[in-house]
Write a protein that binds this ligand. Structure first.
Ligand SMILES: Cc1cc2nc3c(=O)[nH]c(=O)nc-3n(C[C@H](O)[C@H](O)[C@H](O)COP(=O)(O)O)c2cc1C
Length: 165
C-alpha cells in the first residue's frame, strides 16, 4: 500500500511530527506552503493566522505534483489555529480532498484544541478514519517522547489499515 503524509506547519512542530510519521511509515511527504506565508516571528501571527482560520480563508498554495489518488493511506497533519485546522489544509481539501481512502490525523496545539478534532474529522468525511493523535507544542515540551509516540501511533495506524510488516 502506498502511503502519503500531507501537512502544514508554521513553526516546525507539525513538520517534526510529520517527518517522524513519514519515516515510521515509509511514506512520501507533501508539505503545503501558502504562496503568501504569514510572518513567523511576530506577535501578530496569532491575530493574522487566527483570523484566517476563523474566517475559513483558503490561501493559494505553491504548486505540487503529488496526487492523493495515487495513495492508499494518507496521514494529515496540522497545527490547531483558532480551534480548527490551518487554512492551507482548507485549500487542500477544497481542491484535492480524497475519498474512499484510509486516513489518519495528527495535530499540534498549544494546550487548547477544544473541539478541533470534530472539524478535522468532518473535513475528511468520505474516508475511513483510522485514528488520530495530538501533540502539545512538541518542540517546547516533550520532543523525544512525542517522536516515540508518533512512531508507535504510526505503527498502530498501519496495523489498523491491515499492514503488519
Ligand atoms: C494563528 C495561530 C492560532 C492558534 N490557535 C490555537 C488554538 O486555537 N488552540 C491551541 O491549543 N493552540 C493554538 N495555537 C498554537 C499552535 O497550534 C501550536 O503552537 C502548534 O504546536 C504550532 O504548530 P507548528 O509549529 O507546526 O506551526 C495557535 C497558533 C497560531 C500561530
Amino acid at each position: 500500500m502506498k502511503k502519503l503524509v500531507v501537512f502544514y506547519s508554521l513553526d516546525g512542530n507539525t513538520k517534526m511530527m510529520a517527518e517522524s510519521v513519514a519515516a515510521a511509515a515509509g511514506a512520501d511527504i507533501l508539505e503545503l506552503k501558502p504562496v503568501k506565508e504569514i510572518t513567523r516571528n511576530n506577535f501578530m501571527k496569532i491575530l493574522v493566522g487566527g483570523k484566517q482560520a476563523w474566517s475559513k480563508s483558503e490561501p493559494e498554495l505553491l504548486p505540487f505534483d503529488v496526487k492523493p489518488e495515487d495513495y492508499d493511506i494518507i496521514f494529515f497533519g496540522t497545527p490547531v489555529w483558532a480551534w480548527t485546522y490551518a487554512p492551507a489544509l482548507r485549500t487542500y481539501f477544497r481542491d484535492h480532498k480524497p475519498t474512499g481512502k484510509k486516513v489518519a490525523l495528527f495535530y499540534c496545539h498549544g494546550g487548547g484544541p477544544r473541539n478541533f478534532i470534530e472539524k478535522f474529522e468532518e473535513a475528511v468525511e468520505g474516508n475511513e478514519i483510522l485514528g488520530s493523535i495530538d501533540f502539545k507544542d512538541p518542540l517546547r515540551h516533550e520532543k523525544d517522547k512525542d517522536i516515540e509516540r508518533a512512531k508507535d501511533w504510526t505503527g498502530m495506524m498501519l496495523k489498523a489499515a491491515g499492514i503488519f510488516d
